[in-house]
Design a protein around this ligand. Structure first.
Ligand code: BV8
Length: 261
């Protein structure tokens, strides 16, 4: 593993020659947009909980209003912030490669839409999408108006999820993957295929803790595909990387793009 605090000539050459890049992103790529990372301490109504306590079916069953309001407030926060230079650099790289017959796939663990709002195509939302909702019972997908919260102020009180208008028995829940729930197989399999077909795999802003998503980059080892991590901190995946770009993705990814453009 080569630990770098800047893009060196070897990494620049690797990125320049790559024709099919597979990217796996985590909460860290959205950090510089102002979206707290998943393991950051909670505030407001949820300050005595960890995200892992709240992102479970049991938490929703125990206190639907507390969990529902957490998600609707987080959705407001995502809508209140903008993609950062890290998202924009990936979108530009993807455009550059697509225009020259190559490609760059983005599989994200994030439930925000900041990659899309940066202009990128996203291959897979491995943990779902915070703006999507479904019924707990009949599974109906439900379109809801945007939450009315000010994304930067946690709401003072919790409010319950709406009842399902179609089956009248279920509650509306976020259509995302909670702990203990299976990932969408189409998203997972598409990401496996993209990593296996890649000639460069880039892992951005993930602690590498949450499985099975965090295990996906290891598929690159099957064919000796070079692995690059972009993260200011060491992670569970750092040791398996060929290159670690130790720094914030909002600075490192634009620099990487500049060296290959
Ligand atoms: C499953 C949606 C089986 C929700 C998320 C015991 C009991 C039960 C399950 C398990 C268990 N032990 C293990 C498991 C499996 C479990 C798991 O992995 N648990 C962990 C905690 C050990 N996994 C599951 O439960 C999965 N499902 O196993 O199902 C099954 C199979 C078949 C049939 C039925 C069941 C489901 C996991 C998905 C959970 N949902 N999200 C929500 O968002 O509210 S996961 C959640 O964590 C987020 O989506 C996030 O993406 C993900 C991973 O976190 P990261 O993205 O890595 O974020 P994190 O905060 O950790 O790290 C941020 C990183 O960014 C850091 O490294 C930081 O240094 C870096 N950073 C900071 N600033 C920057 C930066 N990087 C770059 N630039 C910066 N500026």
């Amino acid at each position: 593993m080569k630990l770098l605090d800047h893009v060196d000539d070897e990494l620049a050459a690797l990125a320049r020659d790559a024709r099919h890049v597979a990217v796996l992103s985590g909460a860290g790529i959205s950090a510089e947009s102002g979206v707290p990372t998943f393991r950051e301490v909670q505030t407001g109504l949820w300050e005595q909980f960890s995200a892992e306590d709240l992102a479970t079916p049991d938490a929703f069953d125990d206190d639907p209003a507390l969990v529902w309001t957490w998600y609707r407030w987080r959705q407001s926060l995502v809508q209140a912030v903008e993609p950062n230079p890290g998202h924009l650099a990936l979108a530009r790289w993807q455009k550059q490669l697509t225009e020259t017959g190559g490609g760059l796939s983005i599989s994200t663990q994030n439930v925000d839409d900041l990659h899309e709002r940066a202009g990128a195509e996203v291959l897979a939302h491995l943990h779902g999408n915070i703006a999507a909702h479904r019924c707990t019972d009949c599974g109906a997908s439900v379109q809801l108006p945007a939450p009315g919260y000010d994304g930067f102020e946690a709401p003072p009180e919790a409010e319950g999820p709406p009842a399902c208008e179609r089956c009248a028995t279920g509650l509306i829940r976020p259509d995302i993957v909670w702990f203990g729930e299976a990932l969408p197989m189409d998203a997972f399999e598409a990401t496996m295929a993209a990593i296996r077909a890649a000639d460069l795999v880039v892992v951005v802003g993930t602690s590498g803790i949450v499985q099975p998503a965090a295990g996906l980059p290891l598929l690159a080892l099957e064919r000796g595909t070079p692995l690059v991590e972009v993260n200011p901190q060491e992670t569970e995946l750092s040791e398996t990387m060929d290159f670690v770009l130790r720094g914030p993705s909002g600075q490192m990814l634009p620099t990487l793009l500049e060296t290959i453009s």
